[in-house]
Design a binder for this molecule. Structure first.
Ligand code: SAM
Length: 296
């Protein structure tokens, strides 16, 4: 059965709805008592005006209980993939890497929160529609950003990522760390592979790539997780269908073929073991994975 969906929101000039949904997860997390937060992103709320959000820890707990079935699986991956990426980002910074590229950044606030990485130059690449909305909201909120270069690129349109990044001072001779979170599965398989190939050309030896993928079983509806299928249906109907599915094996093969060396693969239960997230609202449904790969 094909998931019905509307024409893409973003080609219609609208910001990504799924980027708003992941920002909502971060905003709900940030409304919990400090000891219960898994990421603690105080900026998420500023990016989703008009969305109903809990204001107090008690409201946030209530929100989680009411939405646990549908949102639980996504709380784990959205919050913990970010924790995992930030670990690799810090490791890269400690090793002297000074360029961070966030691909499909959405309403990500990594550069705003990791202000101790003072030497880092940040490059946020995103679909022009989502990025324009983010920049508007940043302007309205008065949030001060560090040294961030905003690079509008549509990964489906065949524009050169290398040219776009070179235009704002990215140095392909210097290693970088790339986070590509919550994006790969929204691309068509050829655009996914093309972007990986472009990345391998952009990433000097010593660079690290961190990305996540959706299981093929979600796309072909054989996944045992009904809440995940329900979300796939919802986002597809709103113009952002899942288009690329992988398995740990095909994900590893794709990065190798593009010229990277996979150094770690993590599934949701691995992330929960590593970073916590054992609360009942944060379900361990095992439907996505992460790949960490190096350019040698
Ligand atoms: C689920 S959001 C993830 C955002 C952010 N990385 C996060 O984890 O919150 C998907 C992101 O992919 C971006 N995206 C989807 N299709 C894209 C395309 N063809 N070109 C560029 N960006 C795209 C959207 O604009 C959006 O920011």
């Amino acid at each position: 059965m094909l998931i019905p969906h509307q024409p893409s929101r973003m080609t219609a000039g609208l910001a990504s709805n799924t980027a708003r949904l992941t920002a909502r997860i971060r905003a709900v997390d940030a409304a919990l008592e400090p000891g219960r937060r898994m990421l603690d992103d105080p900026y998420a709320r500023a990016f989703i005006p008009g969305m109903e959000l809990p204001d107090t820890p008690a409201d946030a707990e209530r929100w989680l209980t009411e939405n646990a079935w549908q949102e639980g699986p996504f709380f784990a991956i959205v919050l913990l993939r970010q924790r995992c990426f930030e670990d690799y980002l810090r490791r890269a910074a400690a090793a002297g890497i000074r360029q961070a590229v966030l691909l499909g950044a959405g309403y990500d606030s990594t550069s705003l929160r990791l202000t101790d990485l003072t030497a880092m130059r940040w490059y946020e690449v995103d679909h022009p529609s989502t990025q324009a909305d983010k920049l508007d909201l940043l302007g309205q909120s008065g949030i001060e950003t560090p040294d961030v270069h905003y690079v509008p690129v549509d990964f489906e349109a065949g524009a050169s990522l290398a040219d776009a990044l070179a235009g704002v001072g990215f140095d392909p001779q210097e290693p970088c760390v790339v986070g590509w979170l919550g994006v790969a599965f929204f691309l068509r398989p050829d655009a996914f592979r093309h972007t990986l190939k472009e990345l391998s050309e952009l990433c000097a030896s010593g660079s690290t790539l961190v990305f996540d993928y959706m299981d093929q079983s979600v796309l072909d509806h054989t996944t045992p997780y009904p809440a995940v299928l329900s979300k796939a249906q919802e986002v597809g109907a709103r113009g952002e269908p899942y288009l690329t599915g992988l398995t740990p094996e095909t994900a590893g093969e794709a990065v190798r073929r593009a010229g990277f060396w996979p150094t770690a693969q993590l599934r949701i239960p691995d992330l929960m073991r590593e970073y916590g997230g054992t609360d009942p609202y944060c379900s361990a449904d095992d439907f996505m994975g992460m790949v960490v790969a190096e350019r040698r």
